[in-house]
Design a binder for this molecule. Structure first.
Ligand code: PLP
Length: 359
């Protein structure tokens, strides 16, 4: 038997989530966010399975090139724009769109002669203060872009900082700032990430930009994907590779951080932080053994972790284990590890086998 840890990707769940986005935002086109290897799910396979997407959002030229090499025809947007003038030529050759968030990128467009002009998504900073032009500078950037021979079309975008907290007044302020800026403009616009799509219908506008919800995961801390009508796309599976009968007081794992409170059986699962399982997951983090919940005990190590089998006296070597996904929301695991599901999904290690199917 080869190492049993594997990632199972459910492509019909992905399509379900995509159609849920279409239902929620029926008048918007969808830019599916597939950066960071499609949040750990596999860039090309995910993009190939999203034939319905109107565009894909990526972080860098390398990701965009991989998609073009796989014959992905849709619009592809570099969400951080070019990092240098040399990249600009390649962006034009590959027929990519790019975000412009900084005057240095406007200068690149002015100074480089392109055979094919490119489509621009001008980014306005409406309060997040990460990327984008303040409204004053955005007017100047827009005027210069409109004059630039390298520019084919211009769209407007902004990014929401706190839409995952429905009550936070910041989103309203950002929406106001954005609409004030483009009041008399007929340019296409995009605002909403997953939280914006789910919680702020007036942020849908021309294009929506879902990431995490495509993968079946809630952007909110007070719900999970299925409560938002989504299905998990990724399941991390493995097996018990041994079952130990331990005595009361026996320590388990590195640092002996957990001791058996009584004579009990402990299962060892072939999955650990070397696979992307979060090392900071605390004792008590749920794990499914034979489809039933048990608890992680002790520290996860590189290739293995240990579970409390007191509720499963029949469990034996070879029994199936789910670390997250189908039947066990990754949101819960992330919570127990003091992180967010985005990080857990992105950290899944490429040494794992990936199986793509239509479960
Ligand atoms: C510019 C931009 N738009 C959309 C998204 C998608 O966000 P989410 O995964 O929360 O839907 C991201 C992700 O970080 C992003 O950077």
């Amino acid at each position: 038997m080869s190492r049993p840890a594997k990632v199972v990707i459910n492509l019909s769940a992905l399509r379900h989530n995509f159609s849920r986005i279409r239902t929620i935002a029926p008048d918007s086109r969808v830019m599916a966010i597939v950066k960071a290897d499609a949040y750990g799910h596999g860039l090309v396979r995910i993009a190939q399975s999203l034939e319905q997407a109107d565009a894909f959002g990526v972080a860098c030229l390398e990701e965009a090139r991989e998609l073009r090499q796989a014959k992905i025809q849709q619009r592809i947007i570099l969400l951080e724009g070019p990092y240098s003038g040399e990249e600009l030529t390649k962006i034009s050759q590959l027929g990519l769109d790019m975000v412009v968030h900084d005057l240095s990128q406007v200068e690149m467009l002015e100074q480089n002669q392109l055979n094919k002009p490119v489509c621009i998504w001008l980014k306005l900073d409406t309060g997040m203060h990460r990327l984008g032009f303040s409204p004053d500078l955005a007017s100047e950037a827009l005027a210069r872009l409109e004059q630039s021979a390298g520019v084919k079309e211009i769209r407007l975008m902004t990014h929401l900082a706190s839409a995952n907290n429905r009550e936070d007044p910041m989103t309203r302020k950002q929406l106001q700032c954005f609409s004030q800026f483009n009041e008399n403009m007929s340019l296409e616009k995009t605002i909403a990430n997953s939280a914006g799509i789910l919680a702020f219908p007036d942020a849908h506008v021309d294009w929506v930009r879902p990431g995490i919800m495509l993968y079946g995961v809630s952007p909110f801390s007070d719900s999970n994907g299925s409560q938002e009508g989504l299905k998990p796309v990724m399941t991390l599976q493995s097996k018990l590779i041994t079952v130990r009968a331990l005595k009361a007081g026996d320590p388990v794992g590195y640092g002996a951080t957990w001791r058996c409170p009584e004579d009990m059986s402990v299962g060892v699962v072939a999955a650990g932080y070397g696979d992307g399982y979060p090392r900071h997951a605390e004792s008590g983090t749920p794990v499914l053994v034979n489809g039933k919940r048990v608890e992680l005990i002790g520290r996860a190590s590189m290739d293995m972790l240990t579970v409390d089998l007191r509720s499963q006296s029949q469990a034996k070597t070879g029994d199936p284990v789910v670390l997250w996904g189908e039947g066990l929301p990754v949101e819960e695991v992330a919570n127990h590890a003091g992180t967010i599901p985005y990080e857990v999904l992105c950290a899944v290690h490429k040494r794992l086998k990936f199986e793509y199917g239509e479960a």
